[in-house]
Write a protein that binds this ligand. Structure first.
Ligand SMILES: NC(=O)c1ccc[n+]([C@@H]2O[C@H](COP(=O)([O-])OP(=O)(O)OC[C@H]3O[C@@H](n4cnc5c(N)ncnc54)[C@H](OP(=O)(O)O)[C@@H]3O)[C@@H](O)[C@H]2O)c1
Length: 254
């Protein structure tokens, strides 16, 4: 079993906003930041899952401009500003081939996995620029290069997110703001399991390759949270515009 590794008090005095922090990878990131001393605001559409104790929860749908505005206002009122921004909310249901993906599903995938980050960055990065520091992490997916047809809406949106992140990193580096993506592989989370079950039902079989990644097991949310905590820490102070793939070796990138 993985565990969160960070230096105690490493994020003392830091204010963090994590989207999708009520379960899975987002909840692990919230716990890790809290344990290391940060003040954390998190969001989901509902509090059905619960945000880790110690975090402030605000209900918002990050797919909409109104949701981004509500979060930005809450960040100002609750935290007084944001030093660490982690865009984690994401996901998409599988379809039987790219041509079967309806228009509204494409739009939803782009809103949740790409434009939500663009909108929130536009609202919160200016404050970081004024202060001359900030860390932004966008959660992508290790599966981006596979361009698998059942998930083409999802991997296309995540590919856009990675491209955008590199451009934003270049633009914001002179202001002391670092922007990186962390790309998980198959990770045991409620969302990940639900997607794999949907795929199995759709194909009336296991559908996806059920063999373990080369390192012999699926990821635990803490595996991904550890990577995020490293990326936003001062230990990664020379890291920007990069994509850190954390997938047990399943999807090597050139
Ligand atoms: N698990 C994997 O195998 C895997 C692999 C590659 C990449 N990823 C990526 O890792 C990230 C986290 O995945 P996960 O598996 O931990 O997901 P998860 O278990 O489904 O949790 C998703 C979180 O995001 C929230 N959320 C979903 N839609 C939202 C919306 N429109 N507005 C605000 N909050 C929203 C959910 O709460 P509500 O539903 O209440 O809104 C929940 O807190 C995603 O970006 C995903 O694409 C995961």
């Amino acid at each position: 079993m993985s565990a969160i590794e960070s230096n105690s008090g490493e994020f003392a005095g830091k204010r963090a906003l994590v989207t999708g922090g009520t379960r899975g990878i987002g909840a692990a990131v919230v716990r890790g930041l809290l344990d290391a001393g940060a003040e954390v605001l998190t969001t989901a559409r509902s509090a059905t899952g619960t945000a880790p104790e110690g975090a402030t929860f605000v209900a918002a749908d990050v797919r909409t401009q109104a949701g981004a505005q509500a979060l930005s206002t809450a960040a100002r009122e609750v935290l007084g500003g944001v030093d660490i921004l982690v865009h984690n909310a994401g996901g998409a249901a599988p379809y039987l081939g790219a041509l079967a993906i309806p228009d509204e599903v494409w739009q939803d995938a782009l809103d949740l996995n790409f434009l939500a980050a663009v909108r929130l960055d536009a609202l919160l990065a200016p404050g970081m620029r004024e202060r001359g520091s900030g860390m932004i992490v966008h959660i992508s997916s290790a599966a981006v290069p596979t361009v698998a047809p059942p998930f083409l809406h999802y991997t296309t949106a995540k590919a856009a997110l990675e491209n955008y992140s590199r451009g934003l990193a270049a633009e914001l580096a002179p202001f002391g703001i670092r922007v990186n993506t962390v790309s998980p592989g198959r990770t045991a989370t409620p969302g990940g399991e639900a997607t794999r079950e949907q795929w199995a039902r759709l194909t009336e079989g296991p559908g996806q390759d059920n063999t373990s990644p080369p390192l012999g097991r699926d990821g635990h949310p803490d595996d991904i949270a550890n990577a995020v905590l490293f990326v936003v820490s001062d230990r990664a102070s020379w890291l920007t515009g990069s994509s850190l793939v954390v997938d047990g070796g399943e999807f090597p990138r050139g």
